[in-house]
Design a protein around this ligand. Structure first.
Ligand code: NAG
Ligand code: NAG
Ligand code: NAG
Ligand code: NAG
Ligand code: NAG
Ligand code: CU
Length: 588
């Protein structure tokens, strides 16, 4: 980092100072299920003429604004950063952008943020620092297949009026092709070293690409009342209702503020704490996006003993019927009682409330945090939202169906891969055994690109997780299919051997030698066996997947994916990504 700039930034005080002592709010004092789940405003990314007969491209301008947001009936409107067409229209989460398959859109993202951040930052991790002050931002469309210049590279950041721009910045607007079929995406901030704080402050929103012909044929629940986006996130608040973020790090002498994982005890859905939604006895489609910094969710439905935090859901008849994962439809629907969502994962599900035995259904969370070996959830973070099911008399006709088959996928085979890569995940700790940073292949983000696949190729990636956490690994641009997961006999010994050998595998420290032969290789769960752009890397496991550096139909990208500034792949625990569990992905 440039020391002069750092000193200058500190001198000018452009980054919010660490709040001194405001204690965080006791979440138990906030009454649950008092706010209705908001309908997120929709922005159309196309123009419809002659009542839908003609669809034409449109351009959008969306700003990032400092505004106030009420997260709960009993909390005051509190400072946030929000996306919207204007200051007045800015919301938490940002507007849902609805695009049409095959109709591109050009979005000009404008930064209207103030000089000072509303959350404490840490300039000792690799952070974008603008020469003239202001808060750097850049938008990444998660799950999008777009040109490198429009991908939202972490170093493509900019400040208000584009006055300062990062080295990877290319243009004032981003061109989104929407040529990848019906898909669930989300957009969020991705600025170097600031992603966790900018998203925590409110900078994220949903982006749906619709394919009307396909969706008519599938006849799934549709329309704004029955097809809804649920953006789940956890937050803590200060007593004055403002968003809490730790101002002290776990290794304050090394990183004054950074902590390896942010967990909040209040669960927000669409910007409201533990909201309720009135539903009819019929099927609903929910596109569930996890925009938490670090919290995994293991979602369950319970329609008995409301308020119970017990893990026993055997009495519930309600299930999730999952139809999509990340940006892609599954080949066929899968029913499950539990749904695990990693940060930034999207699960597209149908819930049929005709099955509910009571008029109140709780959406609960039972995932330990950190996942999987951490603390158990409590009566706060163990609850997500409540559905109030209208009595049968008000039942509407439900013309929707769940087809037996959705969208077929081409299975990739290992023989199709032209090269193999080894990706090793490390966490480094201080003398007090506290995490200081996380590096992929023992390299920082700014070391020259080592993952340089050829456009059009399919590669076999083997990821070994040599840390104690589960890391949701996300690739920009490319989609992949998980083959299997194998347990390592001693991740600790392999880690030591690899580090002593400069992260290189040799005959004696080779992952293959450390596979635990007594436990079988596991296939991914059925609902994650299709195309993915995020997958949870289990601690102490070797996970293998096949990545296709082309469209999922195998056709070449309709653009030059090898152009500058390239792409990235990273852990989607935002606190890890910021410190520096991210590497360049540079296609050739
Ligand atoms: C929060 O409040 C609840 C109920 O008043 C109490 O039982 C709990 O101990 C409090 N938690 C903390 C961390 O103070
Ligand atoms: C969108 O903006 C670009 C220039 O940035 C322009 O070329 C294009 O015609 C515009 N499209 C529409 C539909 O206005
Ligand atoms: C949300 O994402 C975070 C970070 O990727 C992850 O830790 C958390 O488990 C996810 N939550 C859900 C509900 O999937
Ligand atoms: C592999 O590397 C480790 C660590 O440097 C070393 O101890 C070991 O002897 C090497 N094995 C071979 C076969 O070179
Ligand atoms: C579950 C498991 O095997 N965890 C291991 C992950 O890797 C670290 C470091 O290599 C080990 O200490 C854990 O035991
Ligand atoms: Cu991670």
């Amino acid at each position: 980092m440039d020391l002069i700039l750092l000193l200058l930034a500190l001198l000018l005080g452009i980054f919010g100072s660490n709040r001194a002592s405001s204690q965080s709010l006791n979440a138990t004092g906030l009454e649950k299920f008092v706010d209705e789940l908001p309908q997120i405003p929709v922005l159309c990314a196309f123009q419809e003429e002659q009542s839908g007969a003609m669809i034409k491209p449109a351009n959008l301008t969306i700003g990032m604004f400092p505004t106030r947001w009420k997260f709960h009936r009993d909390l005051p409107a509190t400072p946030v950063f929000a996306y919207g067409r204007s200051h007045k229209e800015a919301t938490i989460p940002g507007p849902t952008i609805e695009a049409r398959n095959g109709i591109p859109v050009e979005i000009t993202w404008e930064n209207h943020l103030p000089k000072k951040h509303i959350l404490p930052l840490d300039l000792t991790i690799a952070t974008a620092i603008p020469r003239h002050g202001g808060i750097p931002t850049v938008v990444h469309l998660h799950g999008g297949m777009n040109d490198p210049a429009s991908d939202g590279h972490s170093l493509a950041w900019f400040t208000p009026g584009f006055k300062d721009r990062g080295p990877a910045w290319r243009a004032k607007s981003s061109f989104y092709r929407n040529a990848q079929g019906a898909a669930n995406l989300w957009y969020h901030d991705h600025a170097m070293g600031l992603t966790r704080a900018n998203i925590l402050a409110g900078l994220s929103g949903a982006y749906v690409i619709r394919d009307p012909a396909l969706e008519r044929r599938m006849n799934l629940p549709s329309g704004k009342d029955f097809d809804r986006v649920l953006i789940i996130a956890d937050r803590d608040f200060n007593k004055d209702g403002s968003i809490y973020m730790n101002s002290k790090g776990n290794n304050p002498k090394i990183h004054p503020q950074w902590q390896p994982e942010y967990f909040g005890s209040v669960i927000l859905v669409n910007g409201k704490a533990w909201p309720f939604l009135r539903v009819a006895k019929r099927k609903y489609r929910f596109r569930i996006i996890n925009s938490s910094n670090a919290r995994f969710y293991e979602l369950r439905l319970s329609d008995h003993s409301a308020g119970s935090s017990s893990n026993d859901d055997s009495g519930s008849l309600l299930t999730f019927t999952q139809i999509g994962s990340d940006a892609f439809y599954l080949p066929r629907p899968i029913r499950a009682r539990r749904l695990t969502i990693a940060p930034s994962e999207i699960q597209d599900v149908i819930i049929d409330f005709t099955q509910a035995r009571r008029d109140e259904v709780l959406l609960r969370n039972t995932a330990a945090f950190p996942f999987p070996g951490g603390d158990a959830v409590d009566s706060n973070n163990g609850v997500v939202m409540k559905f109030l099911v209208a009595p049968r008399s008000s039942q509407q006709l439900d013309p929707s169906t769940i087809p037996r088959f959705l969208v077929p996928i081409q299975r990739l085979a290992i023989e199709q891969s032209s090269s193999a890569r080894q990706i090793n995940l490390y966490e480094f700790v201080s003398s007090s055994d506290e995490p200081t940073h996380l590096w992929i292949n023992a390299l920082p983000f700014d070391a020259p690109a080592t993952e340089t696949p050829r456009c059009g190729s399919t590669e076999l990636w083997s990821v070994i997780n040599l840390t104690e956490d589960n890391h949701p690994l996300h690739l920009h641009l490319a989609a992949f299919q998980v083959i299997d997961e194998a347990r390592l006999s001693s991740a600790e010994d392999l880690r030591r051997c690899l580090l002593a050998n400069g992260n290189r595998m040799n005959a004696s420290c080779n992952a293959a030698r450390f596979i635990d032969r007594s436990s079988p290789r596991r296939r991914p769960p059925r609902n994650e066996a299709g195309w993915k752009n995020v997958y949870k890397m289990k601690p102490g496991y070797l996970t293998r997947f096949l990545v296709r550096f082309a469209g999922i139909d195998g056709r070449p990208y309709p653009f030059d994916a090898s152009a500058e500034p390239g792409y990235a792949y990273h852990c989607h625990i935002l606190d890890h990504e910021d410190n520096e569990m991210m590497r360049p992905l540079k296609l050739r």
